[in-house]
Design a binder for this molecule. Structure first.
Ligand code: FAD
Ligand code: NAD
Length: 399
């Protein structure tokens, strides 16, 4: 038994939702498009983990259904319920999964008070555990996006929060030590403690298997009523290993988001696509990339002759407490900090091979953020580094 569709999207996250919208906007007919998602709900905006579903009407939505295998030569998918779905075009939007502590040799992820955060079910669970230990001790493992955003939420909810991570400072993939120290000091003023340069080695459990403490490699034991883990993600590529070309841990696609098989496109966290600005293929793990790669793939499928190459400007952001930052471009090369690191508005430029390639700005206005995005897109040549470092904000640089 099986069904056939012109377009099938496997995965039901942010990228799938935006791809569905683009299909509908471009005039897909009823019954032509199907989304298969293992989640029990329609695609939603993951960053807010809100219930503002992204799905337009007129689409066949197969929920609670995991795609078990794919055959890109035959153009078929086999679902967990035993159904074969065939397609003319397939969009892979399977995103990524959170890495588990077991992958770092630590057991205990299944304990009732150890939480990960990737989907709606995880978010509901985290809130329940948090509410079950008011005023208790929270240990956050990882100092990246999940760690920083969850630590802020936990302390706002009046838990005693300690963050643990192996790097010398938080957000090590993006922040400079100077930028990181601003956020760490801000967090410390809110009551968050940091244990840096070490990792968790084991948990202590009580008789019902609940974690009671976290043991660190440096010998410290931290009491814990809730543990939140954010130690990176891994793209969900398994279905296509050995069938499609992979790069940077994801499915390699060209500037039309098309994989090594011409009927298969990949979007969102799972896709490694060419970034013109840096002249290389990258996998980006952020919503803006998911949204824009989704729209581009659909355009390339439905109007191939009118669709050019994607020219994506990497854009990352976060908002916690009263803080809000945006970053555009690439954090490569020499860094020049600017602004008031004792106040509310500051940032950094990255200059690589004589060109402005990246800019970070905390506390900017809408106009300032738009200006730095425009500046990075132009990738201007910086003749005089000294003059650039004296400029107060990114938008003051004289090109
Ligand atoms: P996902 O949204 O993860 O969707 C993947 C989908 O595929 C899921 O529905 C999954 O169940 C499904 N799936 C996977 N395998 C199968 C299978 N075999 N069969 C069927 N279905 C399958 N980015 C930002 O830029 N700013 C933010 O503020 C921000 N906040 C975030 C907050 C949280 C809590 C999280 C987890 C992420 C956040 N991100 C943020 C990152 C952003 O959400 C991701 O980049 C984005 O969700 C990627 O979209 P995607 O569709 O590729 O993957
Ligand atoms: P991340 O890469 O941002 O951070 C991972 C952190 O875990 C780092 O601090 C790293 O040093 C630490 N780490 C690695 N191994 C460890 C170990 N063994 N023990 C302790 N710490 C360890 O990844 P994340 O925070 O898990 O976020 C997951 C995904 O969610 C990312 O793709 C991210 O882009 C996305 N996300 C984005 C946003 C945003 O853009 N605002 C918000 C939330 C989540």
């Amino acid at each position: 038994m099986g069904r056939a569709f012109v377009y099938v999207i496997v995965g039901g996250g942010v990228a799938a939702g935006y791809a569905a919208h683009e299909f509908v906007k471009r005039g897909v007919s009823h019954g032509e498009l199907c989304i298969i998602s293992e989640e029990p709900v329609a695609p939603y905006e993951r960053p807010a983990l809100s219930k503002g579903y992204l799905l337009p009407e007129g689409i066949e939505l197969i929920l609670r259904t995991r795609v078990k295998s794919a055959d890109v030569r035959r153009k078929t998918l086999l679902t967990g319920t035993g159904e074969t779905i065939s397609y003319k075009y397939l969009i892979v939007a399977t995103g990524a999964r959170a890495l588990r502590l077991e992958e770092f040799g630590v057991n205990g992820s299944d304990a009732a008070n150890v939480c990960y955060l990737r989907d709606l079910a995880d978010a509901d669970r985290l809130v329940n555990v948090m509410q079950s230990c008011p005023g208790g001790n929270a240990v956050v493992i990882g100092g990246g996006y999940i760690g920083m955003e969850c630590a802020a939420s936990l302390v706002i909810n009046k838990l005693n929060v300690t963050m643990v991570f192996p790097d010398a400072h938080c957000m090590a993939r993006l922040f400079t030590p100077k930028i990181a120290s601003y956020y760490e000091e801000f967090y410390q003023c809110k009551g968050v403690k940091f244990v840096k340069g070490t990792v968790l080695t084991s948990f202590d459990f009580n008789s019902d298997g609940t974690v009671t403490a976290v043991n660190l490699k440096n010998g410290i034991k931290l009491p814990a009523d809730i543990v939140v883990v954010g130690i990176r993600i891994r793209p969900n590529t398994t279905l296509f290993e050995g069938q499609l070309t992979m790069e940077k841990g994801g499915i390699k696609v060209n500037a039309k988001m098309q994989s090594s098989n011409s009927s298969v496109f990949a979007i969102g966290d799972v896709a490694a696509f060419p970034i013109k600005l840096v002249g290389e293929t990258r996998r980006l793990e952020h919503v803006d990339a998911a949204r824009k790669s989704a729209r581009h793939a659909v355009a390339a499928i439905m109007e191939p002759e009118k669709t050019g190459e994607i020219d994506y400007l990497p854009f990352f952001y976060s908002r916690v407490f009263t803080l809000s930052w945006q970053f555009y471009g690439d954090n490569a090369g020499e860094v020049i900090h600017f602004g008031d690191f004792y106040g509310n508005t500051f940032g950094a430029y990255w200059i690589h091979k004589g060109h402005l390639v990246g800019c970070f700005l905390e506390g900017g206005t809408k106009e300032q953020y738009e200006a730095i995005a425009r500046a990075i897109r132009v990738k201007p040549r910086i003749e005089d580094l000294r003059r650039a470092s004296e400029a107060r904000f990114g938008i003051c640089i004289v090109f």
